[in-house]
Design a protein around this ligand. Structure first.
Ligand code: SF4
Ligand code: SF4
Length: 380
């Protein structure tokens, strides 16, 4: 089986444990785990969000998985590099907000190694050198435990995108700047996925995030767990659950380019009944990806041109009534395109590279994606 999908309706420890066992069975279970093995759980800990916000991997899923692994004699370490400082103090606050201390009662340790190293990766197609969160070197196997969310730049954050968390937080903006085109950003992500090569990818889709994701969206029950040995096959199924296709999601297009996934989800072997979990009215976010990544055959692919892109590509826009003038958006902007005036962010449209970091890290959800009229006509 390529992708396993099982029902799980609540963050209840025994239900999650049972669902995980059922989920992993068709993929060979956890028989590869040996006593004494160190297993790293690469969670999604994007920022200071409580579990109920549906922006981070839920601690109950991580706790249930930790139970299954420690019972086999594994040592479990949970970690990630959120946006921001990659230090014990900063990430420790994210651990607390995300409720991760609960996992310690299930034998897991929260990563405390915040060292970095530079990776040389000549096999990378587009990204051959990058800084890396070194804690992942200390484990024998990595399990990617991601969250199903909308994403301003990539349309969806799930299995593949979660591996961007191996770049230390303060170094992420330079990657947004270096790979400012969504196609190249996605190709860079695929290189990171290939370098880390987790043995397993599990998606917490019990409650996903819809709308203004990946941090300020709305929790939306999807009611299942999804797993695969491939992040891209997992993402192809998860995209279908929320009404997206391959051409909507740049990381899926990039994986298709490399023949890592088939053209459509119909060509995968997936658990019976998985389509029962499709949420037809899931509030998607139509990033520039959905237009630019119509690929070579798409409208922009054929017509191209910066002027047309500017006319149709979504852009960040502030909601003055929600903004509290904290300035966080101007701090995270890799292009230095935001200045604060009269406690409101002002965006230099010519400098903006449309990475949506400002939208992603606005603590109030005041920065939103605006789709120009032309985009709405072309791609309703
Ligand atoms: S981060 Fe959000 S709330 Fe803070 S200044 Fe920017 S738009 Fe306003
Ligand atoms: S204004 Fe926002 S979208 Fe534009 S470059 Fe800055 S962070 Fe990225």
């Amino acid at each position: 089986m390529d992708v396993s999908v099982v029902p799980c309706s609540a963050y209840d420890l025994s239900q999650c444990r049972q669902a995980l066992e059922q989920l992993l069975f068709p993929l060979g279970g956890l028989d590869w785990v040996r006593p004494g093995m160190r297993v790293g759980l690469k969670a999604n800990l994007i920022t200071f969000l409580k579990p109920d916000a549906a922006g981070t991997t839920h601690p109950v899923v991580l706790s249930a998985l930790s139970d299954l692994l420690t019972e086999r004699g594994a040592e479990v370490i949970i970690g990630d590099s959120p946006g921001g400082l990659y230090t014990a103090a900063f990430v420790g606050r994210v651990y607390s907000a995300a409720g991760l201390h609960e996992t310690e009662q299930h034998g897991a340790k929260l990563n405390q190694d915040f060292s970095q190293r530079d990776v040389e990766y000549p096999e990378g197609r587009i990204c051959r050198r990058f800084p890396y969160t070194a804690w992942l070197d200390s484990v024998d196997a990595v399990i990617n435990v991601c969250k199903l969310k909308t994403h301003g730049m990539m349309a969806m954050s799930c299995g593949a995108k979660n591996l961007f968390g191996v770049i230390p937080g303060t170094r992420k903006p330079e990657f947004h700047f270096q790979f400012s085109n969504p196609a190249d950003f996605a190709r860079m992500i695929i290189d990171l996925d290939e370098y880390v090569k987790p043995v397993l990818h599990i998606c917490d889709a019990i409650v996903g995030m819809e709308g203004n994701g990946p941090t300020a969206g709305t929790p939306r029950p999807v009611g299942c767990l999804v797993a695969s040995a491939s992040p891209h096959q997992l993402d192809l199924v998860c995209a279908a659950l929320v009404g997206l296709g391959r051409s909507d999601v740049p990381t899926l297009e990039a994986a298709y380019e490399r023949q890592m996934i088939p053209a459509t989800v119909d060509e995968l072997t997936v658990s019976d009944g998985w389509r029962d979990f499709i949420v037809p009215d899931y509030q998607r976010i139509q990033g520039q990806s959905s237009l630019l990544f119509r690929g070579r055959g798409g409208l922009l692919g054929r017509v191209g041109g910066a002027v047309i892109q500017a006319a149709v590509c979504p852009r960040p826009t502030v909601k003055p009534s929600v903004c509290v003038g904290c300035g966080e958006c101007s701090h995270v902007c890799p292009a230095k395109a935001i200045t604060m005036k009269n406690k409101l962010p002002v965006i230099d449209r010519r400098a903006c590279i449309r990475c949506f970091c400002c939208q992603e890290f606005c603590p109030k959800g005041a920065m939103v994606q605006h789709r120009p009229l032309a985009a709405r006509i072309l791609n309703p």
